[in-house]
Ligand binder design. Structure first.
Ligand code: ADP
Length: 344
């Protein structure tokens, strides 16, 4: 991978709204030039707090935030939001209702030519023909595009988007997501998008950061993070996964589907074997140890529920079509590409 230039770095960020309860508990994050990062985590994991701390809307109780060499937040330092070169797109877009689309985009611009630059930004968003419209005269998608144009217009160092697609229906969300990525790329923007939707995070991100309990628990490309989660919690944030508890023995760990490699771990080390449903291959086998309890189509693949003699249930995703049906006995093979062993 090519060397990435770090634009913004967050180190050991802490924030406690209520004494003893950390909304941020030592979060680390880097944003790289011209890249789109997605911050994914369950509700309450601290995503918005981290975003707001970067924007300067929240103070840190510990740690620091730097833009290049400049300290934005740190011990005894808190640069005001308006002095940070940050563009924000809020969940509800927060357009000024009494200003036209053009005036909204021009709002933060100074000096000669502000109106022209705002118009150019609106035209880039293919909304030039709506320049004179007020927010209530625009659709939800158009409002979001105006909000993005407004955030980009002053050419900020970074752009922060808080759940920018959550208010829209599924089809529109998909279209707007593509459009937003396209707009950010053409602007060469360094961006951070907060979302609680794993598919959305993977679709938009060059770099994914997983958040849990006020900390960033893993970063990497969506592919790396999906294929090689660092923990059961990280694996679950990105989709279906089965966790098998085992102990390392001679560089292997036992699962109901046979032993898998567990290299570099001392004998007896407790491990979690993380098995994606894509790892489980099924073969019709009358003496197989598993029974198919349910079969359904997910369009691109089939989803099987299988159980063993302990009545534990597992999910398997297999290519469609398949001759295997409900009630069949099957044997199972594991594709190691979709299996990760981590210390418990
Ligand atoms: P997320 O964006 O991942 O849903 P938040 O950053 O909004 O998470 O919240 C993290 C934690 O901080 C939650 O436990 C939340 O209840 C708490 N919290 C957020 N904002 C405030 C606030 N203004 N006052 C008190 N607690 C807050």
């Amino acid at each position: 991978m090519t060397e990435q230039r770090t634009v913004l770095s967050v180190r050991q960020a802490e924030r406690r709204y209520v004494k003893g309860q950390a909304a941020l508990a030592g979060a680390d994050l880097d944003l790289h030039a011209g890249r789109i990062a997605a911050l994914l985590g369950p509700s309450g994991s601290g995503k918005s707090t981290l975003l707001r701390a970067i924007a300067g809307l929240e103070r840190l109780d510990g740690g620091e935030i730097r833009l290049g060499g400049a300290l934005w937040s740190g011990p005894k330092t808190h640069l005001a939001p308006e002095a940070r070169r940050v563009g924000m797109v809020f969940q509800d877009y927060a357009l000024f209702p009494h200003l036209t689309a053009l005036a909204n985009v021009a709002f933060g611009l100074k000096g000669a030519g502000a109106r022209d630059r705002a118009m150019a930004q609106l035209e880039a968003a293919e909304l030039g023909h709506k320049a004179g419209a007020y927010p209530h005269e625009l659709s939800g998608g158009e409002q979001q595009r105006v909000a993005l144009a407004r955030a980009l217009a002053p050419e900020p160092a970074i752009i922060l988007l808080d759940e920018p697609f959550s208010g829209l229906d599924r089809r529109l969300r998909h279209e707007l997501r593509e459009r937003t990525v396209d707009t950010l790329r053409r602007a060469g923007a360094t961006a951070l998008i907060v979302t609680h939707d794993a598919d959305e995070a993977m679709a938009v991100a060059d770099e994914l950061a997983l958040m849990e309990g006020g900390s960033v628990i893993q970063t990497g490309t969506p592919e790396e993070v999906w294929m090689r989660p660092v923990s059961a919690v990280a694996a679950r944030l990105l989709g279906d996964v089965e966790t098998v508890e085992a102990k390392a023995q001679a560089g292997r760990a036992d699962t109901p589907f046979g032993a898998v490699d567990a290299p570099g771990l001392d004998d007896g080390t407790p491990v979690h074997v993380l098995v994606r449903p894509q790892a489980i291959g099924l073969t019709l086998d009358e003496s197989g140890a598993f029974t198919v309890t349910r079969r359904r189509s997910a369009g691109t693949h089939l989803v099987f529920d299988i159980s063993d003699s302990t009545q534990r249930h597992w999910h398997a995703h297999t290519p469609s079509p398949s001759p295997i049906g409900e009630g069949d006995s099957v044997s199972v093979t594991l594709d190691p590409a979709y299996v990760t062993v981590v210390e418990a």
